[in-house]
Design a protein around this ligand. Structure first.
Ligand SMILES: Nc1ncnc2c1ncn2[C@@H]1O[C@H](COP(=O)(O)OP(=O)(O)OP(=O)(O)O)[C@@H](O)[C@H]1O
Ligand SMILES: [Mg+2]
Length: 233
């Protein structure tokens, strides 16, 4: 579904990715883990067309997407739920959902909104509230709901559990599993490596802009070196 090969990217003259290779097959949950500043967000932003790419190839559904504008990439079915949620605080819940709607993907705003409200009853209940009045967990749900308004086939979630209480983190991971079961392929970037590895099929560890380790999530979860480095064991 998504293939990234030899991706080098950065910010002007500051290169931060030095050759990222990754592969997401349809229906999989792939997790990307790694230390602060390793390049996880930059990898997702490169895939979405938001970062300057120096070289490498990115293919989505067999089609090269490198260099396409971000909205075009979203329209092809690849959505990005950004780090820090990036909710429009002064708009209502429903206005935020409208902001994520991409026409031309075969489904009306009303149709997808109903589906998002079925999945997140709290968003329906609070649909006319200002986003700024929502808790961190509710804002994360709104961020995911907004991404779903684009009818993604592949959804990239950057740190969905960041700053949330353990109980809410569990809810967010349950939602990720539900999305996966509904047929959406997922990339989940997480600091919370242990939880991410629990739900993922495949994992990549990024270290200083390179993929240092990859493998089945279970193998990575049980790798003694990685345990010491990322899982606090
Ligand atoms: N806009 C920017 N301009 C210049 N350098 C940047 C910019 N954004 C990120 N960087 C640098 O790129 C490198 C990779 O950052 P990135 O945000 O991709 O890492 P990350 O793995 O997502 O980290 P974190 O776990 O903190 O979210 C870091 O050295 C960071 O300082
Ligand atoms: Mg990041």
């Amino acid at each position: 579904m998504l293939k990234v090969a030899g991706l080098k990217a950065g910010y002007g003259r500051t290169q931060v990715l030095f050759g990222i290779d990754l592969d997401v097959r349809a229906g999989e949950i792939v997790t990307i883990i790694g230390a602060n500043g390793a390049g996880k967000t930059s990898t997702l932003r490169s895939i979405s067309g938001l970062t300057q790419i120096y070289s490498g190839e990115i293919e989505f559904k067999g089609r090269p997407i490198k260099g396409l504008p971000p909205e075009e990439i979203t329209r092809l079915g690849l959505a990005h739920c950004p780090e820090g949620r990036q909710i429009l605080q002064r708009l209502t819940v429903e206005e935020n959902l409208l902001a994520g709607y991409i026409p031309g993907r075969g489904r009306s705003f009303d149709e997808i909104r109903t589906q998002v409200y079925d999945m997140f009853p709290i968003l329906k209940e609070r649909r006319h509230s200002l986003a700024s009045r929502m808790s961190g967990g509710q804002q994360q749900m709104l961020a995911i709901g907004r991404s779903l308004m684009a009818t993604p086939e592949l959804l990239m979630l950057d740190e969905p559990s960041l700053g949330l209480a353990p109980k809410i983190i569990n809810q967010i991971f349950e939602i990720i599993i539900t999305l996966s079961k509904s047929g959406i392929s997922l990339i989940v970037v997480e600091q919370n490596a242990a939880v991410a590895l629990e739900i993922a099929d495949y994992a990549y560890v990024i270290d200083a802009g390179r993929c240092s380790v990859e493998g089945g999530a279970n193998n990575v979860l049980n790798d003694p070196d990685l345990k010491a480095a990322y899982l606090g064991a």
